[in-house]
Structure formats: C-alpha cells, structure tokens
Design a binder for this molecule. Structure first.
Ligand code: NDP
Ligand code: GDR
Length: 328
C-alpha cells in the first residue's frame, strides 16, 4: 500500500487530495498544527481514514518526526498562508510559512531519504500568483515570474527551491503551477466563495448586498477536484518536472457576479454589489490565463468542470447550507 504525507490537510486541496489518494488505496497521513485546530472536526468527518500527525512548516523537527512516523512514498506540500490579501498584513510570517516552509520540508525530506533520494517523491504547490505582472498571455511554464504580493514572492522562493533540490540532489521534486481552483470547500475569504455565499443569502432574503474590491481583475478559475488529480499524476511520472495546471479560460470578477446571480435568477446585480477600497490590493494581478498544454500532453490531464458549472455548484451548495442554517 503506497503511503502519502500531506501538509495543509485542513485546506480545500488537502481534503480533495486525501479523498483521491484514499480512493486509490493509499495510506494517507496529514500534518495538522495547533493545540486545538478548529478544522480538526471537518477533517475527521470528511476523511476519517486519514491519520493525523502534529507539525508545522516553520518547525523542521516536527516535519522530520512526521516523515519518520508516516514513512511516505509521496509528500504533497500544500500547507501555506494562502490568502494573498493577508500576505501584505503579515509579510514576514507569510515568508516564513509559504516560502521558508518549503525549504524546511525539502530539507527534512532530504535528511529522511538519506542515501536513497529516490525513495520519496515531492510535490510543491506553486501558484499562478507567481506570474503577477502580465508578461505573456497565456502564461506557461517558461513565462517570466514577476510576483506582485508577499505571497507571490514567497511562492517564487518555494518554486525555485523545489527546482534547486531536484537539480542539486536528484530529488523527484515537482512543482505544480496551479491557477485558481475553487469548490464548495473554498475558504470564505476568497472571492468566489464570498460571492457564492452572498448570492445564496441575498436570494433567500438574508442579506441585502455584498461588498467587494476590484471587479476588473481576471482569473482562470477551475475546479479543485480536477486539480488534485494533476498533482497526483505529476508524482507518477518517471521524471519530476514543473507543470501549469489551468483551464485556458479567463473571467473577470464582474463575470463571476453575472454567473452567480444568474444562477438564482437575478440578471442585474448592480443593486446588490458595493465596492470598498478596503478590499483593493496594494498591487493587483490583473490578468491570469494559463496554457495547460504541457499537462495535457505529458500527464494526460484536462479539466472536467467548466466555469458556469463550477459557479453553479458553489451557489447550490451555499443555498443548501444557508437553508439548513436558517431551518428552512
Ligand atoms: P487553504 O488556505 O485552503 O489551506 C492552507 C493549508 O495550509 C491549511 O491546511 C492550513 O492549516 C495550512 N497551513 C497554514 N499555515 C501552516 C503552517 N505554518 N504549517 C503547516 N500548515 C499550515 O489552501 P488551498 O487548499 O486552497 O491551497 C493549497 C495550496 O495550494 C496552498 O499552498 C496554496 O498556496 C496553493 N495554491 C492554491 C491555489 C488555489 O486556487 N486554491 C492555486 C495555487 C496554489 P490550518 O488549518 O492549520 O491553518
Ligand atoms: P487570489 O484569489 O488572490 O487570486 O489567490 P482571491 O479569490 O482572493 O482574489 C481573486 C481576485 O478577486 C479580487 N477581489 C476580491 N478578492 C477577495 N478575496 N475579496 C474581495 O472582496 C474581492 N474583490 C475583488 C482580488 O483583488 C483578486 O484580483 C488565490 C489563492 O488561492 C492563492 O493561494 C492562489 O495561489 C491563487 O489563487 C492562484
């Protein structure tokens, strides 16, 4: 039975990846931090077969202990401070976790593997946020990185550190440059879920508007359930490499609002949407659109869920959640 260790087990991707690996017969270990993590119950309910180990990406000794306890064939580093807006408020902590945390786990894996680096395969959760200021459209593996947030800068460090460990030590270390991916499990701080929750509440008469920032930014949004499949496929390749994972389609926040409100039968959303500079970022990533050709050619990976279906799935989920909360 293959064994996998996942950091970021309480996050959106950690849950989907756990389900995928469990369905493939893996023994799955998840790293969980904190003395009373509020998401522990969610993990236990959603993926009860995952074995939890305590640790933190900023504490290398905890990572070595987790590796020794789990003896993994594959390590998926999904843990990060992942909210871009927050990364300006706490740039140093973001650098420590999202950036140096990658070095900590790479080094822990190297020490754990000893003379036989081939015994562990490593996945790093890199991000389209690394592209930042638009240099090329669509963005591909070779596009110049120009990050525009402390989060993006930290991800660039982790990305190149992963490549460096592959080139320096021959580690099977792959980096997935994943574009935005969403789901009903997306954190409510991210724009898609903020919108789907608000639209559900507005259509049920529980809220009268939603306040957002920049409506013009464009993102290449896919479904998280599809994207974890690409992570797994990367680690099944003979050679480790870097891959863009995206849909190849982009939509503005305005178009997200069109789709989400249309789902509940509202065609003019203007009366329900306010803008506040508090939600604008010091530097914005204006346009993300990925070219997933390499992932398609080499991994045989293609997205299954389109934009309208994704938005509909999220709004439906939030309608059901709100009805349950409201006792309807
Ligand atoms: P989430 O924000 O949902 O999850 C982040 C996870 O990181 C949580 O489990 C969190 O645990 C964990 N974490 C935070 N700090 C630490 C720490 N110090 N040590 C160990 N774990 C920590 O993110 P997603 O699931 O959406 O994303 C997974 C990864 O993929 C992240 O690295 C993200 O940056 C990256 N990514 C995501 C994309 C997306 O669109 N979703 C696109 C590209 C990359 P806790 O519950 O304890 O806070
Ligand atoms: P992003 O996702 O920054 O791309 O990072 P987010 O959903 O936070 O923002 C997307 C775009 O929407 C604009 N926006 C708002 N965003 C939020 N969160 N709240 C608002 O009210 C709002 N109004 C407008 C933003 O300015 C931005 O342009 C996500 C994370 O998952 C990262 O971890 C990951 O690496 C990248 O996707 C790829």
């Amino acid at each position: 039975m293959p064994r996998a260790l996942i950091t970021g087990i309480t996050g959106q991707d950690g849950l989907y990846l756990s389900e995928l690996l469990l369905s493939k017969g893996y023994e799955v270990y998840g790293l969980i931090r904190g003395q009373n993590n509020p998401k522990l119950d969610l993990v236990r309910r959603t993926v009860p077969d995952v074995k939890l180990l305590t640790g933190d990406l900023t504490d290398m000794s905890s990572l070595i202990r987790a590796l020794n306890a789990s003896q993994p064939d594959e390590v998926y580093n999904l843990g990060a401070i992942s909210f871009v807006a927050y990364s300006w408020e706490n740039a140093a902590l973001t650098s420590d976790v999202t950036g140096k945390g990658v070095l900590n786990i790479l080094e822990a894996v190297r020490l754990y593997a000893g003379d036989d680096v081939s015994k562990v395969r490593f996945y790093q959760a890199s991000s389209s946020e690394m592209f930042g200021k638009v240099q090329e459209v669509p963005q591909r593996e070779s596009t110049l990185l120009w990050p525009r947030s402390p989060y993006g800068v930290a991800k660039v460090f982790g990305h190149y550190m992963t490549i460096n460990y592959r080139e320096s030590y021959g580690m099977h270390a792959s980096s997935g440059i994943l574009f935005n991916h969403e789901s009903p499990r997306r954190g409510p701080e991210f724009v898609t879920r903020k919108v789907s929750q608000a639209v559900a509440r507005i259509s049920l008469g529980l809220q009268d508007h939603v306040t957002l920032g920049n409506l013009d930014a464009k993102r290449d949004w896919g479904f998280a359930g599809d994207y974890v499949e690409a992570m797994w496929r990367m680690l099944q390749q003979d050679q480790a490499d870097d891959y863009v994972v995206a849909t190849g389609e982009t939509h503005s926040i305005g178009e997200l609002l069109d789709a989400a409100f249309a789902h509940v039968g509202i065609t003019d959303w203007a009366p329900y949407v306010k803008q506040d500079p508090a939600f604008m970022r010091p530097a914005e990533v204006d346009l993300l659109i990925g070219d997933p050709a390499k992932a398609k050619d080499e991994l045989g990976w293609e997205p299954q869920v389109g934009f309208a279906q994704l938005v509909g799935m999220m709004v439906e989920n939030d309608l059901a959640e709100q009805r349950a909360l409201d006792g309807r």
